[in-house]
Design a protein around this ligand. Structure first.
Ligand code: NAD
Length: 263
C-alpha cells in the first residue's frame, strides 16, 4: 500500500493556512497543522474546526499547539508530527503576524519590530532549518523521496508600505531565506518555492478592510477584487502536486496582477 504524503502547515488555524490545509486534504495529503491558538473544545473556529473540515476529505489532520517564534518548542513540534506520521513530505511556512499597530517608519517601535521579525523571519528560519535536516535524513533513507518546502511571504517582500516597515523587512528577509534554502537543499532533491500573496481577505486584513475596498475599487489590483485564502490554497496545491520539478527557487505571486508594472 502506498503511504499518503504528509504535510506540515504552520498557522493552520484560520485564514490562508486553513485554506492551504483544505486544498492539501483534497490532494490526498495527511496534514499536521501548527498554531499558537489551540482550543480542543472549540469546533467552530481554529485548529479543531479545520480538523473536522479536512477529515471530510478523508485526510488525517493532527492539530499541534506551537509558537513558531519559540525556538525551544520546535523540537517538540517535530516529535509530535513524526510520532503521528513518521515523515514530512511538505512544509508550508505560513504562520506570520502583522504589526499590532500600523506606525510610520519614523516611529517603528523596537518591540513591534522584534515581535514581527521573531515570528515571520527568525522563528520561520530556524523552524525550516530543523525540518530541512529531517527531510535530508528522509532522502538519505529513501532516495526516491522528493520532499518540498513552500514559504508564504508577501508582495511586501518588495512593495513598500512605510506604515508597516517591520512587516515588509521581515518578509524581504523571509524571501531571501527561501532562496538560500532552495540553493542549499537542491543537491538533496528538496525543492523550495515562495508564494507572495497580495491583498487577501482574512482576519489579518480585517482592520484595514475599508482602506483596501477603496484602493481595489480605484483600480490598485488589475483583477479588481480581493484575493481569497483559497487563491493561495490552490497555488500551494499546484506546487505540491510536483509539476514543477525543475523550478526550485520559484517565486509565485498570487496578487491579482499587482506584479505588473503599470503606467
Ligand atoms: N492576508 C493577507 O493579505 C496576506 C498577504 C500577504 C501575505 N500574507 C501572509 O500569509 C500568512 C497567513 O496570513 P493570514 O492573512 O491568514 O493571517 P491570519 O492572522 O488570519 O492567520 C494567521 C494564523 O497564524 C497563527 N499564528 C500567528 N502567529 C503564530 C506563531 N507565532 N506560531 C504559530 N502560529 C501562529 C494565528 O494564530 C492564525 O491562526 C502570513 O504569513 C501573512 O503574513 C497575508
Amino acid at each position: 500500500m502506498r503511504m499518503k504524503p504528509t504535510a506540515l502547515v504552520t498557522g493552520a488555524g484560520r485564514g490562508i493556512g486553513r485554506a492551504i490545509v483544505l486544498d492539501l486534504a483534497r490532494e490526498g495529503y495527511d496534514i499536521a497543522g501548527v498554531d499558537i491558538l489551540y482550543e480542543p473544545k472549540n469546533d467552530k473556529s481554529g485548529l479543531f474546526e479545520v480538523k473536522a473540515c479536512a477529515e471530510e476529505s478523508g485526510s488525517v489532520f493532527l492539530p499541534v499547539r506551537g509558537d513558531i517564534a519559540d525556538l525551544e518548542g520546535h523540537g517538540r513540534i517535530l516529535e509530535e508530527v513524526l510520532g503521528r506520521f513518521g515523515k514530512i513530505d511538505l512544509l508550508v511556512n505560513n504562520a506570520g503576524v502583522a504589526p499590532a499597530v500600523r506606525a510610520d517608519i519614523l516611529e517603528t517601535a523596537v518591540e513591534s519590530f522584534d515581535r514581527v521579525f521573531g515570528v515571520n523571519a527568525r522563528g520561520t528560519f530556524f523552524f525550516t532549518q530543523k525540518i530541512a535536516r529531517q527531510m535530508i535524513a528522509q532522502v538519505q533513507e529513501n532516495p526516491e523521496a522528493r520532499p518540498a518546502i513552500i514559504f508564504i511571504t508577501s508582495i511586501s517582500a518588495s512593495v513598500s508600505s512605510p506604515s508597516r516597515a517591520e512587516y515588509c523587512i521581515s518578509k524581504a528577509a523571509l524571501s531571501q531565506a527561501a532562496a538560500l534554502f532552495a540553493d542549499r537543499l537542491a543537491e538533496h532533491g528538496i525543492n523550495v518555492y515562495e508564494i507572495r500573496p497580495g491583498i487577501i481577505k482574512t482576519d489579518m486584513t480585517a482592520p484595514v478592510k475599508e482602506k483596501y475596498d477603496s484602493l481595489i475599487a480605484e483600480g490598485l489590483v488589475p483583477q479588481k477584487r480581493w484575493g481569497y485564502p483559497e487563491d493561495v490554497g490552490k497555488a500551494v496545491a499546484a506546487l505540491a502536486k510536483g509539476f514543477f520539478p525543475y523550478s526550485t527557487g520559484l517565486i509565485l505571486e498570487v496578487s491579482g496582477g499587482m506584479n505588473i508594472r503599470r503606467l
